[in-house]
Ligand binder design. Structure first.
Ligand code: ATP
Ligand code: MG
Length: 200
C-alpha cells in the first residue's frame, strides 16, 4: 500500500514538475511591475515594506513616499531611512478626520505628489513605494489622470507599489499585480490598541 502510494506520488510530482517548468519558461518578460495592494485587511503597507527589504538586500535603490499619515515614529521609518539606498518621505499631515481641512489636505497632497512624480521620472530608483496613495485619489485631492499618466510613463524597469484601501478601478486596470487583502479579523476590533512593532 505504502509502495503504491509512493509510486503514485512520484508520478504526480513528475507531471506537476513538467507543468510548472513549462509555465516558468513561458514567463520570460523583464519589466518594471506596478503592484497595487488594496482591501480592508491588515498587511498592505507591511507587504510593501517587505519588498523594500528585498530590494535593498539586492543593493537596489528605493524611494518611499508615505501619504496621509504624519507620524514619523514608526519602526519602518527608523529602520529603512537608516539604509544608504533608501530615501524615505513622510508626506502626510495626519488623517483626513484629524485635519478636517480639505484645502489643507489638497495642498499637502500636491507637495507630496510632486516628490513622487520626481521619483517616477528618475530611472535611478529601482523601486518606488507610494504608501496610502489610493486615498489621494478617492478624496480627489490629486487628479486621477495625472497619477495614472505618471505611473504609465515611468522608467521601463522601475517597480512601483501602491497601497491603500479602495483602489480606483482605473488604477487596478493599469497594474500588473493586484492583491486585495481581506479582513477576517483585526485585534483592534476586540479593543487591542495599536502595538509597537506590529502596527507601527
Ligand atoms: P499595515 O501597515 O499594518 O500593513 P495596512 O497598511 O494594511 O496595515 P492601514 O489602513 O494603512 O492598513 O493601517 C494602518 C494601521 O491601521 C496599522 O496600524 C494597522 O494595523 C491598522 N489596521 C489595518 N487594518 C485594519 C483593520 N481592518 N481594522 C483596524 N485597524 C487596522
Ligand atoms: Mg497602510
Amino acid at each position: 500500500m505504502t509502495d503504491k502510494k509512493n509510486a503514485y506520488h512520484k508520478v504526480r510530482m513528475e507531471r506537476k514538475k513538467t507543468q510548472i517548468d513549462a509555465s516558468i519558461a513561458k514567463a520570460n518578460i523583464e519589466k518594471g511591475i506596478l503592484l497595487v495592494i488594496t482591501g480592508n485587511g491588515k498587511g498592505k503597507s507591511t507587504s510593501a515594506f517587505g519588498m523594500v527589504a528585498r530590494a535593498l538586500g539586492h543593493d537596489l535603490k528605493v524611494g518611499v513616499c508615505q501619504f496621509i499619515k504624519s507620524r514619523t515614529d514608526t519602526g519602518e521609518e527608523a529602520f529603512f531611512s537608516a539604509q544608504p539606498n533608501c530615501e524615505w518621505h513622510v508626506l502626510g499631515d495626519g488623517f483626513t478626520w484629524d485635519t478636517q481641512n480639505r484645502e489643507q489636505d489638497i495642498a499637502t497632497s500636491e507637495r507630496g505628489w510632486q516628490i513622487a512624480e520626481k521619483m517616477l521620472s528618475d530611472p535611478s530608483y529601482d523601486l518606488v513605494v507610494l504608501d496610502e496613495l489610493t486615498y489621494l485619489l478617492s478624496y480627489d485631492y490629486i487628479d486621477k489622470q495625472r497619477v495614472l499618466s505618471a505611473l504609465q510613463a515611468r522608467p521601463e524597469m522601475q517597480h512601483v507599489v501602491v497601497t491603500g484601501r479602495s483602489a480606483a478601478a482605473e488604477l487596478k486596470e493599469i497594474a500588473d499585480t493586484v492583491s486585495e487583502i481581506q479582513e477576517v479579523k483585526h485585534a483592534y476590533k476586540s479593543g487591542v490598541k495599536a502595538q509597537i512593532g506590529v502596527d507601527f
